[in-house]
Design a protein. Structure first.
Ligand SMILES: [Zn+2]
Length: 98
């Protein structure tokens, strides 16, 4: 949809690219970009879990039907961490994926 400019659900051609997906905390006063993954980075001195975020989200929205596709802006920033992120390798394909 991002590359074709055509909605895969309704075939509409009026799309919006969203460069940063909005995320808010408990109160709605602070807005920040949303990330896909929480990565485990180790344990702190008191055994508490240390994490960081990765994979800033972007989106493409169809103005006709509202269908939305999410994309990670920087997928290389997400690495298997042994806890929350694991890698899955499928069979090799000769055709590009959408
Ligand atoms: Zn649509």
């Amino acid at each position: 949809m991002r590359k074709t400019g055509i909605c895969t659900k309704c075939s509409g051609n009026q799309l919006l690219h969203i460069g940063a997906v909005a995320d808010t905390g408990e109160s709605d006063t602070v807005m920040r970009p949303m990330y896909l993954a929480m990565l485990f980075t180790g344990h702190g001195f008191f055994g508490d879990e240390k994490t960081r975020r990765a994979g800033k989200l972007t989106a493409v929205v169809c103005k006709g039907c509202g269908f939305t596709e999410l994309y990670v802006l920087d997928p290389e920033s997400i690495a298997p961490d042994g806890k929350y992120v694991t890698e899955i390798s499928g069979p090799k394909s000769s055709t590009p994926h959408r």
